[in-house]
Write a protein that binds this ligand. Structure first.
Ligand code: GDP
Ligand code: MG
Length: 716
């Protein structure tokens, strides 16, 4: 009766679905949790015996005292009768070990102990038995690889179940060590934890299930105890009637806290190891027909057939329930694998995708980031959400700051007459100190700065001018030589150099920072980035920054050291304005304060004619010349400063640093890639073994996941 039902349940629809899960297990079993059945319990609780009876597949036990790795047993209906044994490598093992392990493949007619000994060796664990060779005693006792046994035959019922090592509490001299206890417990827990796993917790009938550690472990991973089924074994060894009653009560559900309840089976005992499975099962039927066990007759929970049927139902239910979720997970994972593959780009080692093309693509991406940064099109790439990378904005800010610093504190001595914005307290631009020290390679460049002098204004400018005048004048009368203006102008503009160089350093830092980030962004392969950056770009960039600084120094030399020249009418305007102010001041000093208020809006000056004479004669010749020199210097300085700031911003910054064909931003372009020779291309873009392996693994995984998706959609 029970057999007929079991047959019904494995009807063709269900067979198809079980076959699908097996196919999925082969393809993606180590990546996606699939509905599965695991048999867990203490050592010697009867796990392997239950498994044998469930699968109808007896495997040799003499060779192994206990199970020392997980074994996945699959039975499948096929025309040919054959057994295959292989090992599924643990995902954490090195690629080399995985490859070696995968080579272990055996096809046989009958499973003999010698094969299991070979599997042990392949997994690198200590051989079973007493006479272990001395060189093998240090090998571990347990392995995380999975032994896969597949049994095909015309009469097989479709079934897959996993047997895991039994839990134990005491080490065995020469076989297991203390750390193995925890290792096995972790391994067992790992197999139990997935919500798609049905746990068959095996325990002997002669102990009270309430005391069983395996149920406590199950409770941890399955708090609702909804996917844990307990299977009592060895009822023939429970001789005391109270023990028997406890077992019967559990099976009848009187004491059960498990949704799936308790089952009870009787396997072959050690004394009947020579009997066939069929003989053993006949014994079992006989056994449960007798008191007190016959009380369980109508529970459908005593005997291997009931267990088998129930387990199949459960498995099929959980598969049906979980399939849509599995499908979702598989397609998600497939997408993620594909985007990982795409991010790696095409293989650079195949002739169809030469390295040059690959690097060209990187340089194009890089150049488009450069264009965005220079055009302030920050919305085009999310790299710019980091504001330090908004290059153009940074540069404009720095240029403004520079212009401001030059106007406030570019002069050595304060002029007698200055405009509001030029006269305010000077503040040095210490942006340089605020920049993070990310690029040690820039030190060489930045170390050339002469610091901006701390004390800003060096005394009275007229004193200085008159000192220079008196110590170097010739026979000029009422005027001064042109070279004197050059001398005092040089002195007055001596801070321009440190201020300008510092400004350029800050800008260079920003450009460098941007190039680094944009290149990193353009290279999906970190190794390619490192090679490009360290081997090729850094030197070139450094050279180009130094060239920019040299040009700035040339501009300084031209502006400060050459004979003062300007055709800018502002020079004259300024000069006349200063002279005019001076005259008005002098006139004002001579005027009488009469408090006449005919014209309240306009001030009237009253100057006696006698006083007016003094206006022309109150100064010595040299005093007059010095004042005049001051005014000329001031007028020229102002024109020159404005011209110089513009030239630095326009030429050194905008042209040489940003826009020029050979600017640092343009170094990494398709031209550079074109000029790399084979060796250089190989160093930069050649794929190392690690990348190749990753690419191959991704390709394999994608193929497997695609095939799995087909299976799930019913077309595979
Ligand atoms: P495992 O270590 O949990 O895999 O346990 P095994 O299936 O290898 O069984 C351990 C020992 O208990 C073996 O000698 C079996 O023959 C014996 N055994 C298993 N089930 C029963 C049972 O129901 N009755 C008796 N008498 N012995 C059993
Ligand atoms: Mg076992």
């Amino acid at each position: 009766m029970a057999e007929v039902k079991a047959q019904e349940h494995s009807g063709s629809g269900n067979l198809a679905i079980l076959t699908k899960v097996d196919r999925l297990r082969e393809l993606i079993g180590n990546r996606i949790a699939l509905p599965q059945l695991v048999v867990v319990g203490d050592q010697s609780s009867g796990k392997s015996s239950v498994l044998e009876n469930l699968t109808g597949f007896a495997f040799p036990r003499a060779a192994e005292l206990c199970t020392r790795y997980a074994t996945q047993i699959t039975c499948r209906r096929e025309q040919i009768e054959i057994i295959t044994v292989s090992i599924i490598p643990n995902q954490d093992a090195s690629p080399d070990e995985q490859a070696r392990i995968k080579k272990f493949q055996r096809t046989l007619n009958e499973l003999d102990p010698a094969i299991l000994a070979q599997a042990n060796e392949a997994m690198g664990i200590r051989p079973g038995g007493d006479d272990v060779a001395p060189d093998k005693t240090s090998l571990p006792a347990f392995s995380k690889h999975i032994l896969r046994i597949e049994k095909f035959g015309p009469k097989e019922e479709h079934f897959t179940v996993i047997d895991v090592p039994g839990i134990f509490r005491n080490e065995t001299e020469g076989l297991t060590v203390e750390s193995d206890i925890a290792l096995v417990r972790d391994m067992v827990k790992n197999y139990m934890k997935d919500p798609r796993t049905i746990i068959l917790a095996i325990m002997p009938s002669n102990v009270d299930p309430a005391t069983q550690e395996i149920l406590k472990l199950a409770k941890k991973v399955d708090p609702a105890m909804s996917r844990t089924m307990a299977v009592l074994t060895k009822p023939d060894l429970a001789t005391e009637s109270t023990t028997q009653q406890i077992a019967i009560d559990h099976v009848m559900g009187k004491r059960s806290d498990l949704v799936l309840g308790y089952y009870i089976v009787k396997n072959r005992g050690p004394d009947h190891a020579d009997k066939t499975l069929e003989e053993g099962q006949a014994d079992e039927r006989q056994f449960f027909a007798n008191a007190p066990w016959s009380a369980l007759k109508y529970t459908d929970r005593a005997g291997i057939d009931c267990l088998k049927r129930r387990v199949r139902e459960l498995l099929i239910d959980i598969i049906k329930k979980e399939f849509p979720l599995v499908k979702l997970e598989v397609s998600k994972e497939l997408n993620s694998l594909k985007s990982q593959r795409d991010a790696m780009g095409p293989s650079r080692n195949s002739p169809a995708h030469p390295k040059q093309k690959y690097l060209n693509k990187i340089s194009e991406t890089f150049q488009s980031l450069v264009r965005d940064a220079l055009g302030a099109s920050y919305a085009r790439h999310n790299m710019f959400s980091d504001h330090t990378l908004r290059l153009m904005t940074r540069i404009v800010q720095q240029n403004e700051l520079y212009s401001d610093t030059m106007s406030r504190s570019g002069h050595t001595r304060r002029f007698r007459i200055m405009e509001e914005d030029e006269n305010s307290q000077s503040e040095t631009n210490d942006d340089m100190k605020a920049l993070p020290d990310l690029y040690p390679n820039l030190h060489e460049i930045f170390d050339t700065i002469t610091p901006i002098p701390e004390s800003d204004m060096e005394g009275d400018i007229l004193d200085y001018i008159s000192h220079v005048y008196t110590s170097s004048r010739g026979q000029e009368l009422g005027t001064f030589s042109g070279s004197l203006l050059g001398t005092i102008f040089q002195e007055q503009s001596k801070k321009w150099e440190p201020i300008t160089i510092q400004h350029l350093n800050v800008i260079i830092w920003h450009v460098h920072h941007f190039i680094h980030a944009a290149l990193r962004e353009s290279c999906s392969d970190a190794k390619v980035f490192e090679e490009l950056w360290n081997t090729y770009l850094l030197d070139e960039l450094q050279g180009s920054y130094l060239a920019v600084l040299d040009r700035a120094k040339l501009l300084l030399k031209i502006e400060r050291d050459c004979c003062p020249i300007t055709y800018n009418h502002y020079f004259n305007d300024n000069l006349q304005k200063e002279q005019g102010k001076r005259l008005v001041n002098a006139v004002e000093k001579l005027s009488l304060d009469l408090h006449v208020s005919f014209f309240p809006k306009d001030k009237l000056l009253h100057i006696p004619e006698s006083s007016l004479q003094k206006l022309a004669a109150n100064k010595s010749n040299s005093e007059h010349v010095c004042e005049y020199m001051h005014d000329v210097l001031y007028s020229y300085y102002k024109v020159s400063r404005k011209r110089f700031v513009d030239v630095v911003c326009q030429q050194a910054v905008n042209y040489y640093l940003l826009a020029a064909e050979d600017s640092p931003l343009k170094i990494f372009n398709t031209q550079m890639v074109l000029h790399l020779n084979e060796d250089q291309l190989d160093t930069i873009a050649g794929e190392d073994l690690h990348i190749r392996q990753r690419r191959e693994k991704l390709a394999r995984d994608i193929a497997n996941f695609e095939a799995a998706l087909k299976v799930l959609k019913g077309s595979g």
